[in-house]
Design a protein around this ligand. Structure first.
Ligand code: AMP
Ligand code: MG
Length: 482
């Protein structure tokens, strides 16, 4: 089915630990992502659901696979752990997709690995469904993300606080190399491995820096730029990653690891959902600062290969890390200008956007619905703000700003609707889908995946899915699912 070409497996054996997959005896297929399979050029042929379940649970090792668990380290909530690694994930191998991009195929939840550190290497159904829904939703929103190729029930229990059904999600990523992968070798003072890893990442993700005078410094710059863009995109849809540890930050610039992540309903920059994030380290408003902090850790890891002299290396890396802030600010402004339908640039646009967000906060308005109402034109927005005094006041400023735009209403609306989603994976909907699935009913999960595949198109039959939670539907906490 796969035409594997496993380049990571050809790196030195300090980079990973090879392993056998041993899946469950009678797995059943929950979902197979046929569109993604086509994109990957997989030859599904006449595989039955049973065949697919066997393949995407690790019961059958596909031909050409060279399964391995990747080594990495990471800062978890600010504390450095020199060895983490794939404790519940196994990389089957890489395929070259139809657009000539190399993609990793990884099973998550298929059992213990060398890096399991006492964990069972398994995943419960809930987190698997969450990752499937949210990663695919991110993709459909146009935000760089890992993807979900399949979800399978193992038919075996996993033991958490409760006994839960076990499941496996097949994750597809541009690669699974993380900031923590660099930290792994830096912690071992292995400069050769750092060079090998950097060369590999350059070749795979940033070939444009290969022939520059300072390839490793330019690699750092390029990674920082992609992260600045990524986090700005998160902020523009109200996404809260929840566990932005350095081992959960991909150097390819994709959203990765959907543990306790959630989308904010009502706009409040201090929002935190993750139950383990009691200090609010990874709150919505802290995400850009944390991203920069993580990237400073990446810069530190790279120091030994940036220059022979440490002071010189620091002098080179510092301005690059500092450069995250202006890059992020520019992406933030650009994205919010688009959300407001501003195609020209004026000096006080930032302050107009900030005032709009403040008004949303004051009125306790829903982030997604507010922007979508704004996209529907001035009378629709007036209806939306009728009982929202701060937004009503702000609308006058906004109208005055629109008067300076050359574009006519209709063109603007169309553009705005293509960047302001109707549907986001609202937390209460995910929770409902998970609860139903735990009771054996997967229909809500399937429906949610379908709705979220077209987030910018109003779908009359799914009007309910736009709505924020009723008070009794609110989900205030999310869990890692480990
Ligand atoms: P995460 O918080 O999901 O990013 O995971 C942090 C680390 O814990 C990674 O090294 C994971 O591989 C590992 N881990 C998470 N869940 C499990 C599990 N059920 N069994 C073994 N290792 C796990
Ligand atoms: Mg992780």
């Amino acid at each position: 089915m796969f035409s594997f070409d496993n380049s990571y497996a050809r790196l030195p054996d300090t980079f990973f630990s090879r392993m056998d997959v041993s899946g469950p005896n009678s797995p059943t297929l929950i979902k197979f992502n046929e569109t993604l399979a086509l994109e990957l050029g997989l030859n599904v042929g006449n595989s039955t659901d049973q065949d697919l379940a066997a393949l995407f649970s690790g019961s059958v090792k596909p031909e050409g696979a060279d399964p391995l668990a990747m080594a990495y380290a990471g800062h978890q909530f600010g504390n450095f752990v020199p060895q983490l690694g794939d404790g519940r994930a196994v990389l089957l191998g890489e395929v070259i997709d139809r657009s000539d991009q190399r993609r990793d195929i990884q099973l998550k939840g298929a059992g213990e690995t060398f890096y399991s550190r006492g964990g069972d290497g398994r995943a419960a159904l809930g987190p698997v469904l969450r990752e499937y829904c949210v990663s695919e939703a991110m993709y459909a929103l146009g935000i760089p993300s890992t993807r979900a190729l399949a979800a399978v029930l193992t038919g075996e229990p996993v033991y958490r606080e409760q006994t839960l059904p076990g499941a496996v999600v097949t994750r597809v990523a541009s690669s699974h190399i993380r900031v923590g992968t660099f930290q792994f070798f830096a912690a071992r003072q292995d400069a050769d491995a750092l060079r090998q890893l950097s060369d590999y990442v350059i070749q795979r993700h940033y070939p444009e820096v290969a022939d520059t005078p300072q390839p490793y410094l330019n690699l750092l710059k390029a990674i920082i730029d992609r992260q600045a863009y990524l986090v700005a995109r998160w902020m523009q849809v109200g996404f809260i990653h929840g566990v932005m540890n350095t081992d959960n930050m991909s150097v390819a610039g994709e959203t990765i690891d959907f543990g306790p992540c959630a989308f904010m309903d009502q706009y409040d920059p201090t929002t935190v959902y993750s139950a383990i994030d009691s200090g609010g380290r990874y709150a919505y408003q802290n995400q850009p600062g944390i991203a920069q902090w993580n990237l400073a850790r990446l810069a530190e890891a790279l120091l030994p290969i940036l220059a022979d002299d440490i002071d010189e290396a620091v002098a080179l890396a510092n301005p690059v890390v500092v450069g995250f802030a202006p890059a992020y600010q520019a992406y933030w402004l650009d994205g919010f200008r688009q959300k407001l339908g501003l195609m020209t640039e004026r000096d006080d646009d930032r302050s107009l956007i900030e005032q709009g967000l403040q008004a949303m906060f004051d009125d306790q308005a829903d982030f997604t619905l507010s922007f979508r109402a704004l996209s529907a034109g001035s009378s629709a927005f007036a209806a939306f703000t009728s009982e929202r005094p701060a937004l009503t006041e702000w609308a006058a400023l906004y109208q005055a700003r629109l008067a300076l735009e050359p574009e006519i209403d209709l063109v603007r609306r169309e553009k705005m609707e293509s960047v302001n989603p109707v549907y986001i994976p609202r937390n209460h909907r995910i929770e409902q889908a998970i609860q139903a699935a735990l009771g054996g009913d997967l229909s809500l999960f399937h429906k949610l995946v379908d709705v979220l595949a077209h987030p910018y198109e109003a779908q009359t039959e799914y009007a309910d899915y736009q709505a924020p939670p009723r008070t009794d539907e609110r989900v205030l906490q999310t869990f890692c699912g480990t």
